[in-house]
Design a protein around this ligand. Structure first.
Ligand SMILES: [Zn+2]
Ligand SMILES: [Zn+2]
Length: 367
C-alpha cells in the first residue's frame, strides 16, 4: 500500500483560528491537476476572513461564505506536477494555447465556475451562482500550502518561465484591477480619481494610465503609496488627511468634480467622499469589500447627480492581458510585492499585511 504523502498547509478553522499543520497532499482525479505552489499573495479578503468579517463568517441574516476547515489563498501560481486524465487541454478565455503538461508554470483564476448556471452560460462566469473561490471552502483549498489541486472547473493559464515571482503573484489582483478599469472605461477627456493606492489601486492606476485620461488622480492616507502612485503614472496625488480634498478637486475641475471615481479602499468614508467629489452624470465604480454595511445618502445618486453606478467583482476574462502586461512591463509592478514570508510565519505575515504602513502586498513564498 502506498503511503499518503503529506504537505504543510495553513488551515482555516475559524476567525483567528488558523493552524500551520501537516495535511494530506492532494492527488489528481479526472480533469484535475496538482501544482507545486511557488507562492501565494495575501488578499484583503483573506485578511478580513482572518479578522472575522461578517461577509465571510455570516450573521443573523446570511450564512457564512467560508466552509471550514479550508486552506486559504487565491492569489497563487505554481508548476504542474501531476495531471489527471483529460487535462492536456483546458478551455481558458483569451489564450490561443491551452495545452498543458507536467512542468508547466501556471496561474489560475480565483473562481471555479460551475458551467451550468445562467451566468456561466452567458459567459459571465465571474458571477457564477455557487461562486466557489479558492481558499474559502474545504472542497476548494487554496494556495496557502505546498501543493494545490486545480479542479476540473478551474481556469488555468500558462505563464512565462522567466517571469519574476513578484510579478507572477500580482496576476490575480492586477486582473481584478484591470476589470475595474474596464468597467470604469475612462476616456481621454475624463478626470479619473482612484481612491486607495494599495496593490489593487496601484494595479488600477497603471491600467488606467494606458487609457490616457485627461488627469489621473490617486487618493491615499499613506505618503509612500502616493509616491508609488506617481511613479505608476498619476498626474496628481492627494492625501485627504493633509489636504482639503473637496477644495482641491473643485479647483481642478472648475467646480464640477471628477468624471470617474473608483473606490478601492474598503473604508466607508471613501464612499461618502466619492459621492461628494464626483460630478453630475459621473461614473462611480465600487470595487471594495467592506467589513460591515456602508450607509450614505442615496439621493445623491438619483436626484442629486444622476450617477452611473458600477460594481466590480473579480477579474472577468482579464488574465491573459494581465499576464502579458505584467511581463512586458506595460503594467508597472516594481516594488508592489513588498514583503515575503515563509508560510509558518503566517502570524507575522498577516500582521504586516494588516498594518498597511510600509507594506503594499505581502506574499508567502515556497522557495
Ligand atoms: Zn484577491
Ligand atoms: Zn455558474
Amino acid at each position: 500500500m502506498q503511503m499518503q504523502s503529506k504537505m504543510k498547509a495553513l488551515v482555516t478553522y475559524g476567525a483567528h483560528d488558523y493552524r500551520y499543520e501537516e495535511v494530506d497532499r492532494p492527488t489528481a482525479g479526472e480533469g484535475e491537476m496538482i501544482i507545486k505552489v511557488e507562492g501565494c499573495g495575501i488578499c484583503a479578503g483573506d485578511l478580513k476572513a482572518y479578522h472575522g468579517g461578517s461577509v465571510f463568517w455570516g450573521d443573523e441574516g446570511s450564512p457564512p461564505y467560508l466552509e471550514v476547515p479550508a486552506i486559504g489563498g487565491h492569489e497563487f501560481t505554481g508548476r504542474i506536477v501531476e495531471m489527471g486524465s483529460g487535462t492536456e487541454r483546458k478551455e481558458t478565455y483569451g489564450t490561443a494555447d491551452s495545452s498543458f503538461k507536467v512542468g508547466d508554470r501556471v496561474a489560475v483564476e480565483q473562481i471555479t465556475p460551475c458551467g451550468a448556471c445562467r451566468y456561466c452560460e452567458e459567459g459571465r462566469y465571474h458571477l457564477c451562482v455557487p461562486h466557489n473561490v479558492y481558499g474559502f471552502k474545504y472542497y476548494l483549498n487554496g494556495g496557502f500550502a505546498e501543493y494545490a489541486k486545480l479542479t476540473k472547473e478551474s481556469l488555468v493559464y500558462k505563464i512565462p518561465e522567466d517571469m519574476p515571482l513578484e510579478q507572477a503573484l500580482l496576476i490575480e489582483p492586477y486582473a481584478c484591477s484591470l476589470h475595474a478599469v474596464g468597467r470604469a472605461a475612462p476616456g481621454t477627456d475624463d478626470i479619473v480619481v482612484i481612491s486607495g493606492a494599495g496593490c489593487l489601486g496601484l494595479g488600477m492606476i497603471t491600467a488606467a494610465r494606458k487609457r490616457n485620461p485627461k488627469c489621473l488622480v490617486a487618493l491615499d492616507l499613506n505618503e509612500e503609496r502616493l509616491e508609488k502612485a506617481r511613479e505608476f503614472g498619476c498626474d496628481v496625488t492627494i492625501n485627504p488627511l493633509r489636504e482639503n480634498l473637496k477644495e482641491k478637486m473643485m479647483d481642478m475641475t472648475d467646480g464640477y468634480g471628477c468624471d470617474v471615481y473608483i473606490e478601492a479602499t474598503g473604508h466607508p468614508s471613501s464612499v461618502k467622499q466619492g459621492l461628494d467629489i464626483i460630478c453630475k452624470g459621473g461614473r462611480f465604480i465600487e470595487f471594495s469589500l467592506f467589513l460591515e454595511p456602508v450607509t450614505c445618502d442615496w439621493s445623491v445618486i438619483g436626484d442629486g447627480k444622476e450617477l452611473d453606478m458600477y460594481g466590480v467583482s473579480l477579474s472577468h476574462r482579464c488574465f491573459p492581458e494581465t499576464i502579458e502586461g505584467l511581463y512586458t512591463g506595460e503594467l508597472k509592478s516594481e516594488g508592489v510585492v513588498s514583503h515575503k514570508f515563509a508560510l509558518e510565519d503566517y502570524e507575522a505575515a498577516f500582521e504586516q499585511s494588516a498594518k498597511g504602513n510600509g507594506s503594499i502586498k505581502v506574499v508567502f513564498t515556497f522557495e
